[in-house]
Design a protein. Structure first.
Length: 395
């Protein structure tokens, strides 16, 4: 099944800056090499020459390798000091700038405006690792463990015991489960491509199978993230090209689209649970279910009546985070541990997961989109209504 989505800087998706730069450097160096040859020929003919400023300029704008090759092969300008020493110096400076840029390259992508700061961790598949309010340093996303980053995670096939192949005994048996961050052993997903343009980012990676030790999934994950006012819009895509035969085929699996772990200081849960969505009927305050491992009857709350497809946790000050997932058919939500004042690095956490059931054959492309919304309950709901009607505009 494939869910089609729109906007999210769609006109930028197909661009590949790295390929464009390589193409430019190839062309400018070939052109520079040819121009040096033409100038050498003109010198032999005693005709009008190409200005030296042009020859040096072509090296400066990226053609320094072509200039050096032209000097050597055409035996041109080899005794002129400004070329003999200048061209190698230009090349050295250009190489140094590339190395310096590489050394300073960040392990994170960051987009922000006056309301929200968002960061993605490129050492963890580009998963969202930080969401702050304005310019404040407080992280409203719990990142106590690898599974709590806001990330893509999918389930397919039957649960299988693969302990003989390195599967964790704790996570066995387990289905095919690619994770954007990496596996339970902290082997990381491999980034294939990433870019940032304004308040829009893109990441493509090879995920890891969560339950296995250093086993890349036969799949690629892509994520487009865009920030507008108090809304983060995320579009996700999984492309599967599996060849395994161990998991079989299950008609549908339950998918988190996605799992979001707000800090437990956001401790009040709200949603609309009525039968008349999107007409501004009062929202419902929901008692938060507490997950307790090993205790029957103490799991996440399971809600199949969230008719506006959003839920939100807010703090005692009334400010918080909502999750709107238009294709969700149910929600899970709750709290892990009893603390209602936990921060990003603590074990206690809140939890919201929009859910849909989906068949995922071995060769497929799956897409979905979701929105993270910030503010009071009224502001979060207003943004949902604007998105639902297609009238959301940046203020």
């Amino acid at each position: 099944m494939r869910i089609l989505t729109t906007n999210m800087c769609s006109h930028l998706f197909a661009n590949n800056m790295t390929e464009a730069i390589l193409y430019y450097l190839t062309v400018i160096n070939i052109l520079t090499f040819v121009v040096y040859g033409i100038d050498k020929w003109k010198a032999k003919q005693g005709s009008w020459r190409i200005p030296e400023a042009t020859l040096l300029g072509m090296a400066i704008i990226g053609g320094s390798i072509g200039a050096l090759l032209g000097m050597k092969i055409w035996h041109h300008k080899t005794m002129h000091k400004k070329f003999k020493y200048g061209i190698p110096l230009i090349l050295i400076v250009q190489i140094a700038l590339v190395l310096l840029t590489s050394c300073k390259s960040s392990d994170t992508l960051q987009i922000k405006n006056r309301n929200i700061t968002l960061r993605q961790d490129l050492t963890r598949g580009g998963a969202i690792c930080f969401i702050g309010r304005g310019g404040q340093g407080r992280n409203y996303i719990n990142i106590h463990d690898e599974g709590r980053y806001v990330q893509q995670s999918y389930y397919a096939g039957q649960s299988v015991n693969r302990q003989a192949e390195g599967q964790s005994d704790f996570w066995s048996p387990w289905p095919w489960n690619p994770i954007q961050v990496g596996d339970y052993k902290r082997n990381r997903a491999r980034i294939l491509e990433n870019w940032q343009r304004g308040k829009c980012t893109y990441v493509r990676c090879v995920p890891m199978l969560w339950d296995m030790d250093n086993c890349p999934a036969e799949a690629e994950m892509e994520q487009w993230t865009e920030l507008k006012d108090n809304v983060v819009h995320v579009r996700c895509r999984l492309t599967c090209h599996r060849t395994d035969t161990v998991y079989g085929d299950v008609p549908v699996n339950q998918q988190e689209i996605p799992a979001v772990y707000p800090i437990s200081s956001l401790n009040h849960l709200y949603a609309y649970r009525g039968e008349h969505p999107f007409i501004s009927e009062p929202v419902d305050s929901i008692d938060v279910e507490e997950l307790r491992f090993g205790q029957n009857g103490h799991g996440w709350g399971n809600y199949d009546d969230i008719s506006e497809q959003w839920m939100a946790f807010v703090g005692d000050d009334g400010w918080g985070m909502g999750v709107y997932s238009p294709s969700a058919t149910q929600f899970l939500a709750g709290r892990f541990q009893s603390s209602r004042s936990g921060e990003a690095d603590e074990d206690a956490t809140s939890y919201i997961a929009p859910i849909r059931k989906q068949h995922m054959p071995k060769q497929c492309t799956v897409e979905y989109e979701y929105y993270l919304l910030f503010g009071t309950i009224d502001e979060i709901r207003y943004a949902v209504y604007e998105l639902k009607t297609g009238k959301f505009k940046q203020k």
